[in-house]
Design a protein around this ligand. Structure first.
Ligand code: PMP
Length: 435
């Protein structure tokens, strides 16, 4: 009997004993191609010698030094690299241990910022329906899944949820994609006006929606309009790049594609690449200075923040992404993956859409391809596809979300950036058989 709590599934799980490049290996010797990097985590694959060496070297120097007493070279270097490569205006880095902690920190910083600048009524958060921003109570409050929130009401942060921006679902005959994107963005303005502009602190969204929708990029112009609305009403824009950031979509920060200036960005998964738990919340100089010149201290903190070994591993990850130029190859590999997916599944009667950016791709599974009607909740197929693929030795990340009362089934693909052409073919062949 396993004493590990909780299990994600009641099924007996194989025991992972080794990792080799794009493959994980279980205790029976079975090999699994990691088509989703777990959950968009393992961007370098499973046995990167440079990251391993960096971790060992740092362990030989110093493993832990509490940030209340010390900073460390790895933490300073990591913050420097991140800010050098961050979107315009982002100047400070708050290091934590994962995605939920990063979002939690972002929400608390937004709240404290408005206290510091003497706008204490700004407490409300706006997010989007069918969003996921983490599982700690503040991050859960941001997320737009009624199922996840249900057990923990009332939420600690008052959040309202506006329409998401999924061109595939909502684009009607009578409007262009651009117009649809503007309409979706204008939902934010309507919500701000109905809540009262002086009560709203921030809007949070993923530039490319990951787990809950299956790699959906925003429509061109959407985030530009969102930024205008935030500026007009004095609201902070928080971009959650926990899943889509760190090169996954072909640029280090996913929002580079949308040419949008965030006030706060959260990153995690690809930053550690699976070698250690780490996350970060990055903020503008303006927010930082308001706290620094105000009460002087961000009322937050975790024991393991800025952990030297975790930071040393992330420095090696960033060296691989930027120095070894792995991010530069993501666009081309992603196009190859997309072309192969379209060739294998594009005409499948239950495949409604194949989308994404870079090595972040999603396949929407539908009841009927012509009407794009999603499967009814009791007929959802994502778990069956996951099981069939896993049996065949492929790890993919399927989810089913609820959107405006409709359910959707998706398979999310986020393979390591070191995936080669043969492995892309293997991934697509195994996935299409599973579908
Ligand atoms: N935000 C987003 C967009 C995520 O996808 C996730 C994890 N799936 C989180 C936050 C939470 O990250 P973690 O699981 O590391 O706490």
């Amino acid at each position: 009997m396993s004493h590990v709590f909780p299990r994600h599934t009641k099924a007996d799980l194989p025991v992972a004993v080794a990792g080799e490049g794009c493959y994980l290996i279980d205790s029976t010797g079975k090999r699994y191609l990691d088509g989703s990097g777990g959950a968009a985590v393992s961007c370098l694959g499973h046995s990167d010698a440079d990251v391993t060496a960096a971790v060992k070297a740092q362990l030989d120097k110093v493993a832990f030094a509490h940030t209340g007493f010390f900073t460390s070279d790895p933490a300073e270097q990591l913050a420097d690299t991140l800010t050098e490569n961050a979107p315009q205006g982002i100047e400070r880095v708050y290091l934590v241990s994962g995605g939920s902690e990063a979002v939690e920190s972002a929400v608390k910083l937004a709240r404290q910022y408005f206290l510091e600048i003497d706008q204490p009524e700004r407490k409300r958060l706006i997010a989007r329906r069918q969003s996921y921003h983490g599982n700690t109570l503040g991050a859960l409050a941001a997320g737009g899944s009624p199922e996840r929130r249900r057990h923990f009401l009332p939420m600690l942060i008052e959040t309202s949820h506006i329409a998401p921006c999924y061109e595939y679902r909502f684009k009607g005959e009578e409007e262009t994609a651009f117009e649809y994107g503007q309409r979706a963005a204008n939902d934010l303005e309507k919500e701000i006006l109905s809540l009262g502009p002086q009560t709203v602190m921030a809007f949070i969204a993923e530039p490319v929606v990951g787990a809950t929708a299956g790699a959906v990029p925003a429509v061109d112009g959407y985030f530009k309009r969102i930024r205008e609305i935030c500026d007009q009403y004095g609201i902070l824009l928080i971009l959650d790049e926990v899943m889509c950031g760190m090169g996954r979509t072909g640029t280090l920060f996913a929002c580079e594609h949308d040419d949008v200036r965030p006030d706060i960005v959260t990153i995690a998964k690809g930053l550690g690449a699976g070698y250690q738990p780490i996350g970060a919340m990055l903020c503008s100089g303006q927010i930082y200075e308001a706290v620094e010149n105000g009460s002087g201290f961000f009322q937050h903190g975790h024991t393991y923040m800025g952990h030297p070994v975790a930071c040393a591993a992330s420095n090696a990850v960033l060296e691989a992404l930027l120095g070894r130029k792995l991010v530069d190859g993501v666009g081309e590999k992603g196009e190859r993956l997309s072309t192969a997916l379209h060739a294998a599944l594009g005409q499948h009667p239950h495949v409604g859409d194949i989308r994404g950016r870079g090595l972040f791709r999603g396949i929407e599974l539908v009841e009927d391809r012509e009407s794009k009607k999603p499967f009814a909740p009791e007929r959802r197929v994502h778990a069956t596809v996951k099981a069939a693929a896993f049996e065949a030795g492929l790890i993919c990340y399927p989810t089913g979300g609820t959107i405006d009362g409709q359910s959707g089934d998706h398979v999310l693909l986020a393979p390591p950036f070191i995936i080669d052409d043969n492995q892309i073919d293997e991934l697509v062949s195994k996935l299409s058989k599973a579908v």
